[in-house]
Design a binder for this molecule. Structure first.
Ligand code: SAM
Length: 269
């Protein structure tokens, strides 16, 4: 059951857990090129001061540090932040669901990806992200619209297809039960417009991936943390082992979730 807005529940994955490196490596492989290209189209980033919120293992904070160049700076936050040794990146431990203030900025850009959708107080967090932008600054909020119905494009056999589709559905439900909103990605443009942001625009990115790819290893990396939830939803340990084996089989081809990348600018005064 999805908790009501305002109820704070923990994000169901942990950056320090077994499999977290594979999970974040897969996210970076699937999404960093797209996100970088998307941001590059929004402004000239050289010299900019940027806030990267919920930076995970920090791969995109490093991309931003390249984009802002020697005269710019990146502040990267996370609940469980990485150790990033980089002259142009400051890493801060910050819980978005707490009352602790975000770094004050003001920032030229705020980027966040695959974070707000997991946090039931996402509307309040959006207000706080906009508040640290300077006039003319740009907010980029990237969220997945999950593909949970018929995600399998090709499978080694019908049983494997059925097993993976059951897994995709059940693992999605585990996130929903913890407060992830699968519809948030589509609501972001209106949420930005309602807050007075201008030139609000959304670009959608998706791809197919195969067993053995970094994206498949990303999914496999989440399974140690989802195993109890899968067992509670009727999976057996043999089912879970079979999903892990399938994720190494290149005969499995899956449609990724769709990344909705929405940007909007704070009006100039
Ligand atoms: C799916 S990962 C996305 C990581 C990165 N943004 C990316 O797209 O590659 C979600 C991130 O949100 C962070 N997170 C979860 N709850 C948080 C909270 N309450 N405050 C700050 N960060 C949080 C997690 O620690 C994790 O790094």
């Amino acid at each position: 059951m999805t908790p009501p807005t305002g109820t704070v529940t923990p994000y169901p994955l942990d950056n320090t857990a077994d499999g977290a490196d594979a999970h974040h490596h897969g996210l970076a492989h699937l999404l960093d090129n797209f996100s970088q290209h998307r941001l590059a189209g929004l402004r000239d980033w050289s010299g900019a001061h940027v806030l990267e919120v919920g930076c995970g293992k920090g791969s995109f904070a490093r991309r931003l540090a390249d984009m802002v160049g020697d005269s710019g700076h990146v502040t990267a936050t996370d609940l469980k932040p990485p150790a990033l040794d980089h002259d142009r990146i400051t890493v801060i431990q910050h819980d978005l669901t707490s009352d602790t203030a975000l770094p004050a900025g003001p920032f030229d850009g705020v980027h966040t990806r695959l974070v707000l959708q997991h946090l039931p107080t996402r509307e309040d967090i959006l207000d706080r992200l906009i508040a640290v932008l300077r006039p003319g600054g740009v907010l980029i909020e990237e969220a997945w619209r999950p593909v949970r119905v018929n995600p399998v494009v090709a499978a080694p056999d019908p049983d494997s297809r059925y097993l993976y589709e059951r897994f995709a559905h059940a693992s999605g439900r585990i996130f929903d039960d913890a407060g992830t909103d699968p519809h948030w990605a589509k609501q972001v443009p209106t949420a930005m417009e309602n807050r007075g942001l201008t030139n609000v625009d959304t670009v959608i990115h998706g791809s197919f991936w195969r067993g053995g790819d970094p994206a498949a290893r990303m999914v496999a990396g989440t399974i140690p943390q989802l195993a109890d939830g899968l067992l509670a939803k009727g999976f057996t340990t043999a089912d879970i082992d079979a999903v892990l084996e399938l994720l190494h089989n290149p005969a499995l081809k899956v449609e990724s979730h769709l990344l909705y990348s929405t940007s909007g600018y704070v009006p100039q005064r």
